[in-house]
Design a protein around this ligand. Structure first.
Ligand SMILES: [Zn+2]
Length: 347
């Protein structure tokens, strides 16, 4: 059963990879063909063609002129992952989060801790449901009904999805809208047009605030959408913890994630204090998605010492790392997987 599930997902991945190759510019994809049996390698066995398929590791960075298609949901190549949602903005628009105000961040200490991600979108951009479900809120006052048109979310929609996670309900929220096309009680399908983006509520410019909630439809039940939105074909994520000697989370730590394959760095901050929740399994305090598969280095400076973690990102998967200050080794790198839960917190 389990094997069959994996095979089905891998089948989808291979189809997706084909799309990438077809769409890719003239650059030659490098290939990784080593498989250590862990299920994390870059080679996939395709039963149809009875052959090992390799995944390209070089994928161009998305721009407004070109981006690979998102993988078909659900993407759960490893059981830890739940990339079950589509992006709520059309693929020819910006579908990646604002890089300086990610989930759990404060935008240089100037904003409240972010409970979702912001997708830059000019007013009037189509907004679609990230999954099948039922509309449970549409209008003004998502955060506080009493505030009405002064609600920080502005005109907003919340959808309760048909699937749950670990026995709990999953919701998505779409905020700062200019127009809503749905009402409470409406059934919506994945990718169905539900609204137009805007700049209503507490918003500093036109964008879509997108939120994932698990358990309850309230502000305090958010999760990082970067662990829920299906990766673009050929792309993966890095999730991790930056902790002190005792294992306490280090908050608001600025660090960088560097590509070894191209001249590109991502500036990151660990989650700030309070409000945001961590993934049940990863118990992370940072996530960076939308990374072309390839080799990366996570570089964190703590109390004057630089810690680095070298890791590989695989298409449709999350690579996990722990960086601990002052440990016996400078860096502990771990990849939680179903048969190795020792590095995962109990929950
Ligand atoms: Zn936001």
């Amino acid at each position: 059963m389990y094997k069959r599930f994996i095979t089905t997902l891998l089948g989808a991945l291979i189809i997706g990879t084909g799309l990438t190759l077809a769409l890719m510019p003239s650059s030659t994809p490098a290939e990784i063909a080593v498989d250590d049996g862990s299920g994390i390698g870059g080679a996939l066995f395709d039963e149809k063609s009875d052959a090992w398929q390799t995944i390209p590791t070089y994928t161009p960075v998305p721009t407004l002129d070109w981006a690979p298609p998102p993988m078909a949901i659900p993407v759960s190549i490893r059981p830890e992952d739940h990339y079950w949602l589509t992006r709520p903005i059309p693929s020819d628009q910006v579908t990646w989060p604002h890089p300086y105000y990610r989930y759990g961040n404060t935008y240089f200490g100037q904003m409240r801790v972010h409970s979702g991600v912001d997708l830059k979108a000019k007013t009037g951009t189509p907004v679609s449901s990230a999954g099948d479900g039922e509309v449970v809120f549409a209008g003004w006052g998502l955060y506080d009904e009493a505030r009405g048109k002064n609600d920080p979310y502005g005109l907003a929609i919340a959808i309760k999805h048909d699937f749950g996670y670990r026995g709990r309900d999953v919701y998505t929220v779409y905020a700062h809208l200019s127009e809503s096309y749905v009402e409470v009680g409406d059934r919506v399908s994945q990718k169905e047009l539900i609204a137009l983006s805007g700049n209503t509520g507490n918003s500093s410019g036109p964008h879509l605030h997108f939120e994932v909630r698990v358990g309850r439809n309230d502000f305090y039940s958010s999760r990082n959408p970067e662990l829920w939105m299906a990766p673009l074909t050929g792309y993966g994520s890095i999730a991790g913890r930056v902790i002190d000697e005792q294992g306490n989370y280090l908050t608001d730590v600025k660090f960088s994630i560097n590509s070894k394959d191209r001249d590109q760095d991502w500036l990151m901050w660990t989650y700030s204090k309070n409000v945001v929740n961590r993934d049940n399994l990863y118990q992370e305090n940072f996530i960076l998605s939308d990374l072309p598969a390839g080799a990366y280095e996570v570089e964190v400076r703590l109390r004057g010492q630089t810690y680095t973690a070298d890791l590989d990102v695989y298409p449709g998967q999350t690579t996990f790392t722990i960086i601990q200050q002052g440990g016996p080794r400078a860096v502990t790198t771990a990849e939680p997987r179903s048969n190795n839960r020792s590095v995962l917190a109990n929950n």
